[in-house]
Design a protein around this ligand. Sequence first.
Ligand code: FUC
Length: 759
Amino acid sequence: MRTDRIYFDKPGDFGLWEQTCLPIGNGYMGASMFGGIRTERVVLNEKTFWAGGPCEARPDYYGGNHRDRFKYVRQVQEYLAAGENKKAEELLPMLTGDGDFGTYLLLCDMVLDFDLPDDNVSGYRRCLDLQNSLYTCEFTCSGVKHTREAFASYPARVIAFRFTASEKGALSFTLSLDKTHSGHITAENSTLVCSGAAEDNGLRFDARFRVYSDGEVISQDDRLRVCNASEAVVYFCAATDYDMKYPKYRTDTDPACVTTPLLHTAERLGWDALYDEHYNDYSALFGRVTLKINDEEKELPADKLLEAYRDGDRAAMNRLETLYFSYGRYLLISSSRTGSLPANLQGVWNESNTPPWCCDYHINVNLQMNYWGAYNTNLAETVPPLTDFLNSLREPGRVTAKEYYGIESTPENPENGWTAHTQCSPFGWTAPGWEFYWGWSTAAVAWLMQNLWEHYEFTGNRDYLRDSIYPIMRESVKFYVQWLIYDKKQDRMVSSPTYSPEHGPATVGNTYEQSLIEQLFIDFLKASAELNTDPELAGKVRELLPMLKPYHIGKNGLLKEWYEEDEPDFDRSKVQKNHRHISHLMGLFPGKQINHSHPELMNAAIATMNDRGDESTGWARAYKINLWARTGDGDRTYKLLRGLLESCTFQNLWDFHPPFQIDGNFGASAGIAEMLIQSHEEVIKLLPALPSEWHSGSFTGLCARGGYVIDASWNNGAVTHIRIMPKLGGKCVLEFPATGGKRTIGLNTEKGKTLEFSF
Ligand code: FUC
């Protein structure tokens, strides 16, 4: 049986972390390895370790908000409504927040200096096995085989490393730390402890390493030395005193009280039992889904696999496409688990204290994209970090709603509306960015609500809907209901000012915002009906919905991004023809309103994508895979996937913008699933966007809305076998390509009763 693994026959380069490292993670923590022979460097991360937020040095921290900006926002609205756009533009600098945002930090590097007799190394291989989430590096040096392994356990919340030598006494090394933050490093009783506080905000951290070995372990000042061993195991655990609670964001607990017992438990279990526990936890998620494309596959080191892909070697292409798909799922499981913060711009991995875009939570596409594959690739369990994070933004988001939108929550009228903008941090930063032209994104939260609502569509988990999702959604709906105003000229209810990420002018009711609010309203009506609650709010939403009118086709036949774009005085100076964001197509994906029942909109969307072009940054290509998949054009979708793998993929298979940005990995995994199964148009479509290059293949475990888990095989583009497992039961319709043409079957399913069909 084939295993999903990314491997190399040479070490990575310490100077090229984002291109050559191999990552492991358990949601809370991440480690990335290079596979160095004499010296190994392991970049270590703890997801809550952030600069910024409230602290002694920043007593007036206010979530980035400036006070009392609503009056300017109102004025901008009035100018725009009156067609006085220049005057509106002059006021836009007032629609911004503070710049003291903070950043995700590197925890430290673990440095391992091995005593190796010479450089004469053979049989080198380092490998990330996605099937069991185990990293291995092996080589032979002077006749001794050295094996280095690592895994990150979610249940035990530790990362474990094991080093072995095939000859007794042939393993000796020193473990030290580099790039640590201010604090103390002590080595005692085979334990290295690095504790201190982030310079910026005093956030306390504790990182500890406990070594077990059959050799001698010497604790020396700030390092541990292992001598004459044949095996050594290092357990690593880190925590901070961060707490996801407004307004303090700190626990009163010393992080050492978290790490110490975790390390004790890991020690008690020992490597084998710890690994079994990890394997059972991880494989229960990862093992649900498999994908096979065509018959022939070629196994190659990842750098060579990429080269062969670029050369059009079909067997290598089959391998890389399925591997990339699996890798997206691996990365999500490794960077988003209940209790952790959600996956950030780099998941959980970060080698720098000044990472790109602060390695934050960007919500004008990136955070949403991180979770697009969570449902269709059967990983709904990775979503609670997102839900909990958004829930934590409600309180600070009410401050932003008040200061910039005049929407106030009071004790008499609590939970009256929250909002957030392009950049968010774990310290409740919900203010607009420090420049209007990227930082203003009123509908970003509406967009995130799709991520939440789809949880219910896919899983039917009513308790989760009622207790976790609905309260967030409801308060967001309350915000937009109060925010919309009537625009006489456009004769509709609009959000204003609106800004289409991240180009063009500030306008009234752009497609991005109108369409996202529309989808939220539609979803909210379903949610409130499902829970039989909030008739009054639902009534208001029902009234507003037909007045949003988001979609308009321009003179050129393209879907309009800005309502006013055909007007003679429309300011085109900020419009970029091939811009990476294609935000007016929210309704095609991830939304549902541009679909095959509206051919005029579908055609305009297709024309829009052709006009925008295929070349772009990694995440934008991943987005376009999903968009094209929704049109049903498999070959065109495939062209985008190829482009992403050929032009925006590092040798370690991380997506790049550039730089490394993990959303492209996640988005592409979701998009590949979207090529194989779609369920947003009431029917479940199998192989809705199958490329002609994928002659035969099979998948297992992909999910459709309504709680269906589906396996299917195909040959010559026609489905040959379907297995459908209803988790909820009910009626569904399957549509799929069959020999002789499209076939549709209606099914009456029973919860838990699997149905199978062969053709
Ligand atoms: C969005 C994009 C940028 C980048 C940043 C992190 O704002 O426009 O390209 O991906 O997020």
